[in-house]
Design a protein around this ligand. Structure first.
Ligand SMILES: [Zn+2]
Length: 123
Protein backbone atom coordinates (compact mmCIF):
# COMPACT_ATOMS: atom_id res chain seq x y z
CA UNK A 1 0.00 0.00 0.00
CA UNK A 2 1.23 3.47 -0.92
CA UNK A 3 2.21 5.78 1.92
CA UNK A 4 2.45 9.53 1.58
CA UNK A 5 4.90 11.84 3.25
CA UNK A 6 3.64 15.19 4.61
CA UNK A 7 4.64 16.96 1.42
CA UNK A 8 3.10 14.34 -0.84
CA UNK A 9 -0.12 14.56 1.14
CA UNK A 10 -0.20 18.36 1.15
CA UNK A 11 0.42 18.47 -2.59
CA UNK A 12 -2.74 16.45 -3.10
CA UNK A 13 -5.14 18.28 -0.73
CA UNK A 14 -7.03 20.09 -3.47
CA UNK A 15 -7.41 17.03 -5.67
CA UNK A 16 -8.38 14.96 -2.62
CA UNK A 17 -11.04 17.55 -1.79
CA UNK A 18 -12.39 17.38 -5.33
CA UNK A 19 -12.39 13.57 -5.23
CA UNK A 20 -10.04 13.71 -8.18
CA UNK A 21 -7.35 11.25 -7.06
CA UNK A 22 -6.80 7.69 -8.34
CA UNK A 23 -8.21 5.11 -5.93
CA UNK A 24 -4.78 4.07 -4.61
CA UNK A 25 -3.77 7.69 -3.84
CA UNK A 26 -7.20 8.32 -2.33
CA UNK A 27 -6.60 5.43 0.08
CA UNK A 28 -3.08 6.65 0.81
CA UNK A 29 -4.49 10.09 1.65
CA UNK A 30 -7.11 8.52 3.93
CA UNK A 31 -4.31 6.62 5.63
CA UNK A 32 -2.05 9.63 6.05
CA UNK A 33 -4.82 11.90 7.34
CA UNK A 34 -5.92 9.23 9.81
CA UNK A 35 -2.42 8.91 11.24
CA UNK A 36 -1.11 12.51 10.92
CA UNK A 37 -2.74 15.19 13.10
CA UNK A 38 -0.79 18.00 11.44
CA UNK A 39 -2.05 17.21 7.94
CA UNK A 40 -5.53 16.46 9.26
CA UNK A 41 -5.67 19.95 10.80
CA UNK A 42 -4.37 21.63 7.68
CA UNK A 43 -6.78 19.71 5.51
CA UNK A 44 -9.68 20.67 7.80
CA UNK A 45 -8.69 24.36 7.45
CA UNK A 46 -8.68 23.98 3.67
CA UNK A 47 -12.11 22.32 3.73
CA UNK A 48 -13.49 25.10 5.94
CA UNK A 49 -12.00 27.82 3.74
CA UNK A 50 -13.37 26.25 0.56
CA UNK A 51 -16.74 25.74 2.24
CA UNK A 52 -16.80 29.40 3.29
CA UNK A 53 -15.97 30.46 -0.25
CA UNK A 54 -18.76 28.37 -1.74
CA UNK A 55 -21.19 29.83 0.80
CA UNK A 56 -20.09 33.34 -0.19
CA UNK A 57 -20.93 32.62 -3.79
CA UNK A 58 -24.50 31.73 -2.85
CA UNK A 59 -25.00 34.72 -0.58
CA UNK A 60 -27.39 37.43 -1.67
CA UNK A 61 -26.81 41.14 -1.19
CA UNK A 62 -28.55 42.50 1.91
CA UNK A 63 -31.85 44.35 1.58
CA UNK A 64 -31.36 47.88 0.30
CA UNK A 65 -27.81 47.25 -0.85
CA UNK A 66 -28.44 48.49 -4.39
CA UNK A 67 -30.22 51.62 -3.19
CA UNK A 68 -27.34 52.34 -0.82
CA UNK A 69 -24.72 51.97 -3.55
CA UNK A 70 -26.71 54.08 -5.99
CA UNK A 71 -27.31 56.70 -3.32
CA UNK A 72 -23.61 56.93 -2.58
CA UNK A 73 -22.76 57.24 -6.27
CA UNK A 74 -25.43 59.93 -6.66
CA UNK A 75 -23.99 61.84 -3.71
CA UNK A 76 -20.37 61.66 -4.85
CA UNK A 77 -21.24 62.51 -8.45
CA UNK A 78 -23.39 65.40 -7.19
CA UNK A 79 -26.47 63.94 -8.85
CA UNK A 80 -24.91 63.26 -12.24
CA UNK A 81 -25.51 59.52 -11.88
CA UNK A 82 -28.60 57.84 -10.43
CA UNK A 83 -30.36 61.18 -10.07
CA UNK A 84 -33.43 60.84 -7.89
CA UNK A 85 -35.99 62.19 -10.38
CA UNK A 86 -34.79 62.74 -13.90
CA UNK A 87 -37.24 65.10 -15.63
CA UNK A 88 -39.47 63.39 -18.16
CA UNK A 89 -38.40 65.31 -21.28
CA UNK A 90 -34.73 64.43 -20.92
CA UNK A 91 -35.57 60.73 -21.02
CA UNK A 92 -38.06 60.92 -23.90
CA UNK A 93 -36.37 59.97 -27.14
CA UNK A 94 -36.47 62.72 -29.76
CA UNK A 95 -37.87 60.29 -32.33
CA UNK A 96 -40.96 59.78 -30.23
CA UNK A 97 -41.21 63.49 -29.55
CA UNK A 98 -41.07 64.39 -33.27
CA UNK A 99 -43.77 61.83 -34.18
CA UNK A 100 -45.99 63.20 -31.41
CA UNK A 101 -45.40 66.75 -32.67
CA UNK A 102 -46.26 65.76 -36.27
CA UNK A 103 -49.49 64.13 -35.13
CA UNK A 104 -50.36 67.21 -33.06
CA UNK A 105 -49.71 69.56 -36.01
CA UNK A 106 -51.77 67.31 -38.32
CA UNK A 107 -54.60 67.26 -35.77
CA UNK A 108 -54.59 71.06 -35.46
CA UNK A 109 -54.46 71.42 -39.26
CA UNK A 110 -57.39 69.01 -39.77
CA UNK A 111 -59.36 70.66 -36.97
CA UNK A 112 -58.92 74.09 -38.52
CA UNK A 113 -59.34 72.98 -42.13
CA UNK A 114 -62.33 70.65 -41.69
CA UNK A 115 -63.88 72.82 -39.05
CA UNK A 116 -64.48 75.68 -41.51
CA UNK A 117 -67.94 74.55 -42.51
CA UNK A 118 -68.87 73.35 -39.09
CA UNK A 119 -69.05 76.77 -37.52
CA UNK A 120 -66.19 76.05 -35.21
CA UNK A 121 -64.18 79.05 -36.33
CA UNK A 122 -65.88 82.38 -35.83
CA UNK A 123 -66.01 84.60 -38.88
ZN1 LIG B 1 1.24 14.71 7.45
Amino acid sequence: MTKFSHQEAKDRFDRYYEGDLPAAEQRAMDGHLASCAECREEYQRLVQALGALSRLRATHAPEGFLDGVQGRIRKRSRGRFFGRRPDFTSRLPYEVLSVVMLIAILAIFLYVFLGKGGGVIAR
